[in-house]
Design a protein around this ligand. Structure first.
Ligand code: XIL
Length: 849
């Protein structure tokens, strides 16, 4: 019989996965949880599976892993690396939503109760009273469905029972803590392989967090908690768990010193959990995570990613971009864990956007891997790719807008233009699976991806794919894009063509510029070889090409002086020859008496475009501390309200230069202050800065001031009848989609649909466009006009643009609006011009900087 604990971490893990270890049955009589999950896929009717059987019939040179069933779930993918994939679980959902329970059981191999094993949940009223039912429900579910489980959490300052407070004496608190540890660990001994013993004991500045435990028991409470936990359960893995310790920073340094001390004192701690509640735009690279995790495993500890989620609400760009960025971050985090041998589990804090703690804590967001209907988000494929060893994008790479370009879990999102599309493990460019098109009877038959919802209008994209053929030694393969503007004809563009072979994978790449119209179709295709040839495709990417504007930083290298820069918060700033990243000099901030002080740049004076998205890059180094985080921060003041936003962060060192990169969407309000500055190191530390760059990302369009621009909600909201015509949303005509807006009962030429944009407009130039059409006259000029009022002054009327509208089709009206820098008391845009009695249709109205 296999022992339930072994020295080697992987053996230990496998041991615990074997249900026998938890139940006392012989290990070899019961399948391990991971095997159970992998097998479950066998009975599903799945085309990929059938095709893998074809592989077995057709080819004797199968790759070794094709003997295992292909992956069907996150658990299968994690098992490929001998890891567990977990999630936090909520009892109300588990009991109330069968889809939740089924998804949990089919996708995951590990779980953590989200709240139910916290002390405050178990003892919500008084010390005599325990409420085990919710925790029992989760842990018995885990047991029944062969999911391993971790208990969370024994000692934490939050979600405590009401009777654990500063009024309790030291002896009483020790007794209460020990009793909680004893009751809970004993009760769930068979269902939990691990426990978070102490959670969040360290503050962001690296000091011990001021909690009731520190105040009443003193700093030794941490070591004591691990000892008490070990007394109750000899085999559970005992973790310290915390947030904001994912990379090397002041807090993770402090946690490192804390656990190093515990290990040195033979305190029974087994590992550290890194929560990884990340924000997409500032998330660390794989290398940064690996560097941090490795120093902990070098102490002989296990590590795990314990509460992964990735916020995207502030990431900038449209939803497609933000979801693609989120995918990139999930991929990176898992790839980091996979690179660290003793990183044994990855847990996401929930799995559906329906149920995440983020919304209540940080504001509405979509931080998880499945959407609110339990559909796979791009992030899901990021997790899969991480486990399947698909390489991560180098830092700074625009994210892939194709969620499933690697085919590791099938061909979701793809179709065949003829022949049969499947996936195969006979060959793969990366990972273990690729797509293939068999039964091709035309050269045009191939793999097709519908990119309509992810490609942006009038934008340049980089498209790339890896291809290979079988059934011919070599043949031509083409990468095409088929586009069609609404109401127009189809255009097929060849983006790339090359000769593929049956000997090796070949990269294909080209540029796709999407048309400046509302498109009905944007499809990528890979096809070309003669009929009968099998086409293999892998690692397809569609990335928005970054178009960067001119450099905003006039004095990026401090080669002569500090012109354009100042010491933010009172730091002294000078140009120095002591250090330079390039050239002979750099900038240095000295005499820093607070962490927020550092080199600052006035972006208003530099001419930054409000509402624009900027890419930032800078090189940093420090003196006076060996390592410290340095952040680049935006301070903006609009209408008397000041906000601070993180542009980027890095860990600077005194041993060399580090690059900071980031991105920021500037506010589009009339800002009176707009400053970017560098901060973070402790007071007394000098910050060196060189080669700073801030360039506008021209591919990110600024927001449309018109809220209800295409009327697809079927409503007139956001619009009113200027001069009191009647407005209706209608399907009688539409430029894009099904709906447009119709103005009737016009009794004067100036009447038409209007929109009040005073609250959203700020000084500057806006480009306007709208589609217009008439009913009741064959043709007439039509205008878009602004009625603009500076406080205390007379109304001004400005023509934004004009078009010759007709009743036989839609006409594009374009123009521009300049909003003056006066306090605005009114700003309305409206459509006018046709004679009274003529009805106006408008659709797809845009007003952007
Ligand atoms: C969160 C839960 O998900 C929420 O439902 C609850 O309201 C608050 O706590 N770090 C932790 C977790 O260790 O226990 C927290 O869970 C999220 C942050």
């Amino acid at each position: 019989m296999q022992r339930c604990s072994g020295r080697h971490p992987a053996l230990w893990l496998v041991g615990w996965l074997v249900a026998g270890c938890a139940t006392g049955e012989p290990a070899d009589s019961t399948p391990g949880a991971l095997e159970v999950k992998a097998r479950r896929g066998d009975d599903r009717d799945d085309r990929d599976d059938r095709d893998d059987r074809d592989d077995r019939d057709d080819h004797n040179h199968r790759r070794p892993h094709s003997r295992r069933p292909p992956i069907r779930s996150l658990a299968d993918a994690a098992a490929r690396t001998d890891r567990l994939i977990g999630t936090a679980v909520d009892v109300p959902f588990l009991n109330g939503d069968p889809v939740y329970a089924a998804t949990l059981a089919s996708e995951f191999s590990y779980l953590t109760p989200g709240n139910e094993t916290k002390w405050g949940s178990l003892q919500p009223v008084d010390p005599a009273h325990w409420e085990f039912a919710p925790a029992d429900a989760i842990l018995s579910f885990a047991h029944r469905r062969h999911l391993a489980a971790k208990g969370h959490v024994l000692i934490w300052h939050s979600q405590l029972p009401p009777f654990v407070n500063d009024g309790v004496t030291r002896d009483d608190l020790v007794a209460l803590v020990r009793r909680n540890i004893r009751e809970v660990m004993r009760r769930y001994r068979h269902e939990t392989r691990a426990w978070d013993v102490v959670n969040e004991a360290v503050a962001d500045d690296g000091t011990l967090r001021d909690t009731v435990f520190l105040r009443t028991l003193g700093p030794t409470y941490i070591a004591d908690a691990f000892r008490w936990a070990r007394e109750e359960d000899r085999r559970a893995v005992l973790y310290y768990n915390d947030f904001n310790i994912d990379t090397v920073n002041a807090k993770s340094n402090a946690v490192y010193e804390l656990v190093r001390g515990l290990v040195a004192a033979h305190v029974p701690i087994d590992g550290v959990g890194f929560q990884m509640h990340l924000e997409a735009q500032t998330a660390p690279s794989t290398e940064e995570i690996v560097a941090n995790l490795t120093r902990f495993t070098d102490l002989g500890l296990r590590v795990n990613i314990s509460e992964l989620d990735v916020r995207i609400a502030n990431a900038g760009g449209d939803l497609t971009t933000r979801l693609a960025l989120q995918r990139q971050v999930f991929h990176r985090a898992v790839a980091a864990c996979v690179q660290v041998a003793r990183c044994e589990t990855v847990t996401t804090w929930g799995f559906t956007d329906l149920d995440s703690w983020i919304d209540a804590t940080f504001g509405p967001d979509d931080p998880l891997e499945l959407d609110e209907q339990y559909r796979r988000k791009p992030a899901y494929y990021g997790l899969i790719d991480g486990f399947m060893a698909v390489p991560v994008d180098p830092p700074g790479t625009p994210p892939n807008l194709i969620a499933n370009g690697s085919f590791e879990i099938g061909s979701d999102g793809w179709a065949a233009s003829g022949g049969r599309l499947s996936t195969s493990r006979r060959t793969a460019h990366t990972g273990e699976r690729s797509a293939r098109v068999t039964h091709r009877t035309e050269t045009s038959h191939g793999a097709v991806y519908d990119a309509l919802s992810v490609a942006s209008r009038d934008t340049s994209h980089d498209v790339s794919a890896w291809v290979r053929i079988s059934g011919a030694a070599s043949d031509r393969v083409t990468l095409t894009a088929t586009t069609r503007c609404s109401g127009g004809g189809e255009t097929v563009a060849v983006l790339a063509t090359a000769t593929a072979t049956d000997a090796a994978w070949l990269p294909l790449g080209g540029e796709l510029v999407t048309p400046d119209c509302i498109a009905d179709e944007i499809a990528l295709g890979i096809s070309g070889p003669a009929a009968g040839v099998v086409l293999h495709v892998d690692d397809v990417a569609l990335r928005r090409r970054e178009q960067l504007g001119p450099e905003l930083v006039a004095n990026p290298g401090f080669e002569v002086d500090t012109a354009g820069w100042f010491g933010f918060g009172g730091a002294a700033l000078s140009s120095t020859a002591a250090q330079a990243h390039s050239g002979a000099r750099s900038g240095v901030a000295t005499a820093r008496t607070a962490t927020f002080q550092g080199p600052g740049l006035d972006l208003l004076a530099a001419g930054a475009a409000l509402g624009g998205t900027y890419r930032a890059s800078a090189w940093l180094r420090i003196a006076g501390a060996s390592l410290s985080p340095v952040a680049m921060t935006l301070k903006s003041t609009c209408d008397g309200t000041t906000t601070f936003q993180r542009i980027g962060i890095t860990t600077a060192s005194d041993a060399g230069w580090t690059r900071l990169t980031g991105s920021i969407a500037l506010p589009s309000c009339a800002a009176t202050e707009l400053v970017a500055y560098f901060e973070g190191p402790p007071a007394g530390t000098d910050i060196y800065l060189d080669d700073v760059s801030l360039r506008r990302d021209l591919s990110v369009r600024s927001p449309n001031l018109i809220a209800n621009a295409n009327f697809e909600s079927g409503s007139t909201s956001g619009w009113f009848g200027f001069g009191s015509p009647a407005l209706t949303a209608t399907t009688a005509q539409a430029h894009g989609g099904r709906w447009s807006l119709l103005a009737t009962n016009r009794t004067a030429t100036f009447m038409g649909p209007g929109s009040d944009i005073r609250a959203v407009a700020s000084p500057g130039v806006y480009q306007a466009s709208a589609w217009v059409r008439l009913d009741g006259a064959a043709a007439s000029p039509m205008f878009m006009t602004a009625k603009l009022t500076c406080a205390g002054a007379a109304d001004q009327f400005a023509r934004i643009g004009a078009a010759s509208a007709t009743d036989s089709g839609w006409t594009l009206l374009t123009g521009s609006l300049t909003v003056p820098s006066c306090p605005l008391s009114g700003l309305i845009v409206y459509f006018e011009g046709p004679p009274a009695g003529v009805n106006e249709y408008i659709d797809d109205v845009e007003l952007r900087r």
